[in-house]
Design a protein around this ligand. Structure first.
Ligand code: CDP
Ligand code: CDP
Length: 225
């Protein structure tokens, strides 16, 4: 039986997970799965349905009728919620500030983890998130835990916002990142934590190219490519 390749990239907010995972997936011709975008889409679905983010019961009931679809695209992958394109909407400050609460609900996690495993069952994947190496794909052949100092992560997000013309403030961004990291690391179900067999990659002071090179070496080594 052929075994699919699974590469898990976890880490805190703005460590560069999606940027790096996308480049690696394109180089290796694997499917890239942005699990954070899935949690963001459920959060947006609650907003659009007028459901309060703390209403766990109503959000749970929403799951069955929430279709999430990805379409490849450069530089960003397109995300659809029930056939409506929501690629930009899921990055709004409101969604960003409420996604950690919505993703702490057991039913939300169970539902999305099932969808993530289904994708990995028929494709070679690079999947990024918070619990991929620990929970979603515990048998992944390669597990990376990507980190950078909070100062650098805030600065990266700041530069990104400036380049998109989004008004922003470094201090607020740093606080948002710290708050989300705290919530993600302290929730009861599959919190953000480095898997025992994950390789720690600290990207502080490293360019995207340097990080891609380092992880490519790790992947080639692990998969004997
Ligand atoms: O890209 P960024 O670091 O802003 O976050 P993201 O990957 O889009 O994830 C948004 C949020 O979804 C995280 O802060 C977590 O609360 C949640 N998430 C999760 O709980 N589990 C995952 N596997 C991925 C994301
Ligand atoms: O997915 P995650 O939240 O971990 O981070 P991201 O959205 O991939 O990266 C956040 C920002 O940092 C993006 O603007 C990247 O271009 C940038 N970045 C960087 O400047 N240097 C790196 N080594 C990695 C990412």
């Amino acid at each position: 039986m052929m075994t699919n390749i699974q590469i898990a990239i976890d880490g805190p907010a703005s460590a560069g997970k999606s940027t790096i995972a996308k480049i690696l997936a394109s180089n290796l011709k694997y499917v890239y799965v942005d699990t954070g975008a899935m949690y963001r889409t459920i959060t947006l679905a609650a907003k659009q349905a007028g459901i309060s983010y703390d209403d766990e019961q109503s959000i749970t009931e929403l799951l069955d009728t929430t279709d999430i679809r990805f379409e490849p695209g450069t530089p960003v992958q397109h995300v659809f919620l029930n056939n409506q394109e929501v690629t930009s909407l899921i990055r709004s400050t409101e969604v960003t500030n409420n996604v950690s609460l919505v993703s702490s609900y057991a039913a939300v996690r169970e539902n999305l983890v099932e969808r993530q495993r289904a994708i990995a069952s028929h494709d070679n994947v690079i999947m990024d998130g918070r619990d991929i190496g620990t929970t979603v794909l515990p048998k992944a052949q390669v597990k990376i835990f990507l980190v950078a100092s909070v100062e650098e992560r805030a600065q990266r997000r700041y530069r990104e916002n400036v380049s998109k013309g989004i008004a922003t403030d470094l201090d607020t961004l740093r606080k948002e990142i710290e708050t989300r990291d705290y919530k993600d690391s302290h929730r009861q179900i599959s919190p953000l934590v480095q898997a025992k067999d994950a390789i720690l990659v600290d990207t502080t002071g490293q360019t995207i190219e340097q990080v891609v090179d380092e992880i490519t070496k790790i992947i080639k080594n692990s998969l004997n490519l």
